[in-house]
Write a protein that binds this ligand. Structure first.
Ligand code: ATP
Ligand code: MG
Length: 239
């Protein structure tokens, strides 16, 4: 029965993955066909269709990247972590402005202590974590509001939180958020996503020796917290 369960999970994984890939692929197919078959397109129209294709290709690349990440996690191979000196200031300033430009309705607030906070972690993976948390904060607060990004140092750990004033979740929904492919709203009208982001985020945080948890209230908003040890884990890893 254990093997049967694994088989079931594999086919569920495959069908969800294939379904997610189909949407951007269909657009790419459609828009490239227009470009190939319509003869009297002006320069602006051509550019418009090419930018659609480009945007869908970027989406496709993200989905495939996330699928590969989850496959790597599930196979037990995981990620290689290359720790280096990071600072919270740099992490935030590398990631936040991009999302600030992207969001029309939300206002961003960054909250850091007066002194610099540095820690030892894989910068690319930390950015991957922040990107998913910020994109979630935007996607799931369609009515706007403030997105507050806080960072601090506490007892050998850096702690980070991302808080939104969005749609929030019921407790039983919140409890499932780290499951792969889980989405509270999986309908066609839901914001885009595959439900893999938080699975990967949790893996990255825990792989660094940290913890992640969520406070959320339906209709009020969500706050995601995580911690990463500043350096102890690094020493232990070397032994
Ligand atoms: P992607 O794989 O592109 O990140 P996703 O955003 O749907 O897709 P996750 O980031 O794993 O997937 O989040 C899983 C689900 O948890 C979301 O679909 C959403 O229902 C819920 N969720 C996550 N963050 C929030 C938030 N800040 N507010 C409300 N719901 C959230
Ligand atoms: Mg997400």
């Amino acid at each position: 029965t254990n093997l049967r369960e694994i088989d079931r999970m594999k086919s569920e994984f495959l069908s969800t993955a294939a379904h997610e890939l189909r949407t951007p692929l269909t657009s790419i197919q459609g828009f490239s066909e227009i470009l190939l078959t319509r003869e009297n397109l002006d320069e602006n129209e051509r550019k418009k269709y090419l930018s659609y294709i480009n945007r869908q290709a970027v989406k496709l690349a993200k989905i495939v990247g996330d699928l590969l990440d989850v496959a790597r996690i599930e196979s037990g191979k995981g990620f290689t972590i290359n720790r280096e000196n990071c600072s919270l200031e740099k992490l935030f300033s590398d990631v936040v402005p991009y999302f600030e430009n992207l969001s029309l309705k939300q206002r961003f607030e960054v909250c850091l202590p007066g002194k610099p906070v540095s820690f030892f972690a894989d910068i690319n993976l930390m950015e991957q974590v922040m990107k998913n948390l910020l994109s979630n904060a935007i996607k799931y607060s369609p009515g706007g509001g403030i997105i507050k990004i806080s960072g601090d140092e506490d007892n050998g750990f850096v702690s980070v939180s991302v808080e939104d004033q969005g749609i929030g979740m019921k407790p039983e929904q919140k409890d499932r958020i780290f499951e792969k492919f889980y989405r509270v709203d999986a309908s066609d009208t839901a914001p885009e996503g595959t439900g893999l982001g938080m699975t990967i985020v949790k893996y990255i945080v825990e792989k660094h020796g940290g913890k992640i948890w969520i406070d959320s209230e339906l209709g009020k908003g969500t706050k995601v917290h995580f911690t990463i040890p500043i350096k102890e884990f690094y020493n232990r890893d070397l032994q």
